[in-house]
Design a protein around this ligand. Structure first.
Ligand code: COA
Length: 257
């Protein structure tokens, strides 16, 4: 179901999906995840639509991560389940038979960076910022970040980003290959649209086969995802997570064990 958590527009064979919680920097709560699931199913089902563009509402954020405000309610199993739900959704984006471009218009942090990475490629505005700051909350990425980030930027750089929790700017993201193209914010959507028009002028069948064949090269992705969800569940059940999340909500620095 979509309750306006995602704004949807269909135009010239392209599905536009705009995550619409700008007051919370488009953080992913369950309503947004449900709406995204609905959109991806619709993308696959609608024969008039050949590809999709995913972006965030407002000028500040693509997605600033999973919604931290819900984190203190869960135990280890809920943490693992939470990771598995996001992983399944993001894998359905990665394995969509129709191309999906992320148009990153600001912060792409945590689940936001993972969401952008699950799209087939990324175009970003110059104000965009990327990072996996979960470690600052005493947890780890749980929506595929431990698997997709090393594939995109190499293991060393991925470890650095995930271990320090530091954000990088759009230029650095471009330099390390996390982003394909940079542009001014006002040009982002038209550049994404023009790229998508080029792509959907090609054979839909060939595009679907291209996606399937290219994704097949990822070594044992299922095992990596299972391990990530189990480890996310463990970190989710820790005292450090309670301290990290409480500190974020109280707008102070965490004191970890
Ligand atoms: N989950 C829930 N709420 C979030 C959020 C998230 N991931 N990211 C931002 N928000 C909320 C803030 O709590 C704030 O809400 P409030 O106005 O009710 O207090 C609102 O969005 C605006 O964010 P704010 O922190 O005031 O903006 P900023 O410009 O000072 O900082 C960020 C922007 C992105 C650096 C900061 O919001 C941040 O660090 N967010 C968390 C990023 C993160 O750790 N993501 C991974 C989660 S696993």
């Amino acid at each position: 179901m979509n309750d306006n958590s995602i704004l949807i527009e269909k135009k010239d064979g392209v599905l536009w999906m705009t995550i619409n919680r700008p007051e919370k920097l488009n953080a992913l709560n369950s309503a947004v995840l449900d709406a995204l699931k609905y959109c991806i199913a619709d993308l696959q089902a609608d024969n008039h639509i050949k590809g999709a563009i995913l972006t965030g509402s407002g000028e500040k954020a693509f997605v600033a991560g999973a919604d931290i405000s819900g984190f203190l309610k869960g135990d280890r199993n809920q943490g693992q389940g939470f990771a598995e739900i996001g992983q399944a959704l993001f894998s359905s984006i990665e394995n969509s038979t129709k191309p999906i471009i992320a148009a990153v218009n600001g912060f792409a942090l945590g689940g936001g960076c993972e969401l952008a990475m699950s799209c087939h490629f990324r175009i970003a505005s110059e104000n965009a910022k990327f990072g996996q700051p979960e470690i600052n909350l005493g947890i780890i990425p749980g929506y595929g970040g431990t698997q997709r980030l090393p594939r995109l930027v190499g293991k060393g750089k991925a470890f650095e980003l995930m271990m320090t929790g530091e954000n990088i700017d759009a230029n650095e993201a471009y330099r390390i290959g996390l982003v394909n193209q940079l542009c001014k914010q006002e040009d982002l959507l038209s550049i994404a649209e023009s790229k998508m028009k080029t792509i959907i002028s090609k054979s839909s069948i060939a595009l679907a086969q291209l996606i399937e064949a290219t994704n097949a090269s990822d070594a044992d992705p299922e095992k990596g995802m299972i391990t990530e969800a189990v480890c996310f569940g463990k970190s989710f059940a820790s005292d450090d997570m309670v301290e990290g999340v409480t500190a974020f909500l109280e707008k102070r620095k965490p004191k970890f064990n």
